[in-house]
Design a binder for this molecule. Sequence first.
Ligand SMILES: [Zn+2]
Length: 240
Amino acid sequence: MPGPLRTDAIVLRSIRYGEADRILHLYTPDHGRLSAIAKGARRARSRFGARLEPCFQIRAVLHTGRSELMTVTAVDTVAAHAGLRDHAVTLDAAARACDAVTRLFETGDPHPEVFALLANELALLSADATHARPGNGLAFRLKLLLAAGIVPQLAACAVCGETEHLRGFSGAAGGVVCSSCEAAAFNLDEDAYRFLVAALGSSLAQAPDGGERALRQVERAIAETAEHHAHVRLRPLLAA
Ligand SMILES: [Zn+2]
């Protein structure tokens, strides 16, 4: 039996279980996604206190049992991100960020950059509610696509390699397409194209902004890429 696992983790979901327990979906730097049970976590005098809420960044000790589910035996708070809970918009943006990680990274494969990206996003949203805007959420998703190895091709037509007249986007082709290859594509405005390039080239704190039309095209590009290449449906980010 291997010894306990000591790991940093972000709580993606915290589900009530049985009389007093919680089942946690955790994202860790070196073990990807893990599920664990925190026994007695909902009792008033639980040693876990309130540290097992979604979006908490913790340092946990986990034990392997006979089932898939690990058992949490100790937890320290690294970052509670209390500011997230001050505004409905920041809490919602944080929940969507955790949900996108849950859907795109569901295995134990290590992606330390995804852990760092999510930790950064939660810290930004907690520190300053102005980050809870669509441009930031879309930039976060684009960076997740990059980490998942399915970032859309933007420099040249994904079908024929042409570098001019890049007017469409095709999730199936894997990126922007030129005017002669745009049969299966949707129209991508210059502004949307610029957003995609800028979002991947800047930090989350400096995520670009755009008009609603451009952001809708960007969201569609991200959604189609995730569906075609990771078979994942992301929750809509922009209101319908
Ligand atoms: Zn082409």
